[in-house]
Structure formats: C-alpha cells, structure tokens
Design a protein around this ligand. Structure first.
Ligand SMILES: [Zn+2]
Length: 269
C-alpha cells in the first residue's frame, strides 16, 4: 500500500546531533534516526513511505524566518513536503504566513508547549484564523508532550473552546487528537468538521489506550485521519505495520495511509 507520513521532523545536519541528544534527554526516549534529512530519506526507502511531511517548529518569535527559509528548501527535495511555522508572539506573523503561502508550502505547525503559549490564547487563535483564511492547513501538537510532562498547553478541551472562532479551518491534531487524552478526544474533538488527526506517536505508547484509539479511528470522519509517525521519534516501518494491523476496514486503511493526505496536499488553495 502507498504510504504518506504526515508528521515527521528533521534538523539541519550541523544541528541534528545536539537537537536529538537534548530531546532524548528531556523526553527520556530514544530517536529511531539521527534527525537528518538523509536519514529520513533512507528510512522512507526502507519502509515504503513515498512522501514525508515535515513539521518544523518556530520555538521563539524571532525564529520564524530562519525556520521557514529551511522549510522552503526542504520542500524542494523529492519525496519531502514541508510545512512552515510561525510563533504566535511574532508580531510579523501575517507577513510570514504570506511568505509561506507564496512559497507554496501547504500549512503551518504550531507546538504550544515548545512555543510557550496556550492553544486557546488570543495570539494563537489569531495565527490559526489567519492561516485558515489563507487556505493553509494547521497541524498542532495536541495533548501532553513527553519533553514537558507538566505543561499540557494544547489539550482537546482548550482547542474545542476556541473552535467557534475557527470555522472553515482545517486543524490536524497530532497524536491521534491528543497524547494521553484519548477520552477528551472522543468527548471534545471527534465530529467537528474543522478537526483532523494524525496517528503519530500513539500506538504502543504507555500513556495511550489501543481500544480507545481504535474507537477514535472508527468514530472520526474517515476522511479526517492521516497516518503520521513523528519520525525520528517513531520508526516509520514499525509505525505503518502497527496501523495496518489494527482491526479497521481495508477501505479506511487506504484513506489513512495515503488517500486523505493526497486530498489535503492537493486541495490547498
Ligand atoms: Zn512531532
């Protein structure tokens, strides 16, 4: 089956060793790859992934420009598609979103725990509203982040509270809607037309319940679920095998593994 991985990360070669080491330390986990573009392309070959979507994060307000320059370059590499990122407290966020749009990137990634904002802060909502108005997709980290187990700045409930302000947006909530928040995903997110989920960092994770994940995948709009791995934090091959082994229909698996991603990546205006 064709596979598109809608949630991956890489770092510039010279920064990758330090970035991976510090994230391994803060999260207490081990990366499956060394964090470089080369390693991701190699992993794709070994696991049958034809396209990986990169999700960079502007962790500081002044960082957006550099991050997006790199994203625009990565987006040109065969097999890779890159989102951009803006920091919600970057006062130039509109012009940066316009630059992302003009460069042909399909969306942005926000990560409130790394960006020191809440998903329901006015500034974060303003960025999501502007991105949606430009036809950009929005991937957000959702639920707990293993590097910051105490923060929880981007929960399903917080996001649900601002959804009325985000009509027409397409928001992809990572980690099956929320890491460690299976019940809240079912209660607050499933059924909203603005909400999509990716399957990254979900299966076989100690803080996630497989039966509830299956329920989420069955109750979500079938066209709103995207395969993702959070590579290098999950192994692409094992991750794809995990989703393929779930008791879901073949038709749904086709949608999750590539059809939904193809539609989203082509339909951004
Ligand atoms: Zn991620």
């Amino acid at each position: 089956m064709k596979i598109i991985d809608f949630h991956t990360h890489t770092f510039p070669d010279r920064l990758a060793p330090g970035a991976i080491a510090s994230l391994e330390k803060s999260s207490g986990t081990r990366a499956a790859l060394n964090g470089t573009v080369g390693a991701l392309l190699e992993s794709m070959k070994n696991s049958g992934v034809c396209t990986s979507v990169l999700m960079p994060i502007a962790v500081k307000p002044g960082n957006s420009k550099t991050i997006n320059n790199c994203a625009i370059e990565n987006d040109k590499i065969s097999g890779l598609v890159s989102f951009g990122s803006v920091h919600p407290l970057d006062e130039n966020y509109i012009s940066e979103l316009e630059r992302i749009k003009k460069a042909g990137l399909k969306g942005i990634k926000l990560h409130p725990d790394f960006q020191s904002v809440f998903i329901d802060d006015d500034e974060t909502v303003a960025v999501m509203r502007a991105a949606a108005d430009m036809g950009l997709l929005i991937t957000i980290h959702s639920g707990m982040d293993v590097s910051y187990p105490k923060l929880h700045r981007s929960t399903p409930k917080r996001l649900a509270s601002v959804l009325p302000k985000l009509k027409g947006a397409r928001i992809i909530c990572a980690h099956s809607g929320g890491y460690r928040y299976n019940d809240d995903v079912l209660e607050y997110l499933v059924g909203h037309e603005e909400i999509y989920i990716d399957t990254s960092y979900s299966l076989n994770q100690p803080q996630m319940d497989t039966d509830k994940l299956i329920r989420i995948y069955k109750e979500m709009d079938p066209s709103h679920i995207l395969f993702g791995t959070d590579s290098p934090w999950e192994d692409q091959k094992k991750s794809a095998q995990g989703i393929m082994s779930l008791p879901l229909s073949d038709g749904l698996k086709e949608k999750i593994m590539h059809e939904n991603a193809e539609k989203l990546l082509c339909s951004t205006v």
